[in-house]
Ligand binder design. Structure first.
Ligand code: DC
Length: 231
């Protein structure tokens, strides 16, 4: 672990789907002994909560902030990050099923949905020492963050990485194109929505990870964090 103990520091990592945000953020947090917040997991939890609630999908759009709050999504701090809870019960792998992934971009475009977990995210950063990843960490949730990174990678490389995550190490051309299309559709939807769209904060640093090995991208962020302590 690196000797890096600056109190109050928040680092944000935003970027498109499959750019390696969450895995990078988690590894950076470990190196710095910070906590990791995966904000995408909160939107996934809201989506799973809706699926479990029995509210028909065509009614999701009209739900109020209070109705989203009633889904009872919460975060519980651990040594290294946060567990996500729905109604007091920890959820994890259930958040990554296709049922959730196919709907989460739509759910996260709803203003009431975003508003319902705004306070929860800010609370997670109240003591600093946080590496937060998502789409609007540097622009909306933690605009005062000391270090903002915007991760990008070529679409094909992101598709390869996503498939590798689910154990598909040698996908054929069809599978690769299918995955690339799914990522691209989600990016379009995430960046074109009216509220808190995916976009680079003006004071963010862009990091293209297409040709970086995982350890290299982690090191690049850690180096930037260390540079902050020189002032
Ligand atoms: O990072 P992820 O794939 O788990 O995110 C799931 C979805 O949640 C993604 O399609 C966009 C949305 N999201 C968001 O709108 N804002 C965030 N800060 C994080 C995720």
């Amino acid at each position: 672990m690196d000797d890096f103990r600056r109190e109050g520091l928040i680092i944000t990592l935003d970027g498109p789907a499959g750019s390696g945000k969450s895995s990078t953020a988690k590894a950076v947090a470990k190196r710095l002994a910070f906590r990791h917040l995966d904000s995408g997991a909160l939107y996934r939890a809201l989506t799973l909560g809706l699926l479990r609630s029995g509210v028909v999908e065509s009614d999701w759009e009209a739900l109020s902030e209070q109705e989203f709050a009633n889904l009872d999504i919460d975060l519980q701090a651990t040594e290294t990050g946060f567990q996500v809870l729905i109604g007091g019960e920890v959820v994890d792998s259930e958040l990554r099923t296709a049922m959730v992934t196919d709907r989460v971009s739509f759910v996260s475009s709803l203003a009431a949905c975003r508003q319902s977990i705004l306070g929860l995210q800010r609370k997670a950063g109240k003591d600093g020492r946080l590496v937060a990843d998502g789409r609007d960490m540097g622009t909306v949730i933690f605009p005062e963050a000391a270090l903002k990174i915007y991760l990008i990678a070529d679409l094909e490389e992101r598709a390869i990485r996503r498939l590798r995550e689910v154990g598909e190490d040698s996908p054929d051309g069809f599978r690769l194109a299918q995955q690339a299309r799914a990522l691209d559709t989600r990016d379009q939807s995430d960046s074109q929505r009216a509220i808190s769209p995916l976009k680079m904060a003006e004071d963010a640093i862009e990091l293209d990870t297409t040709r970086l090995a995982f350890e290299e991208q982690v090191q690049a962020v850690v180096d930037l964090a260390h540079r902050l302590t020189l002032f």
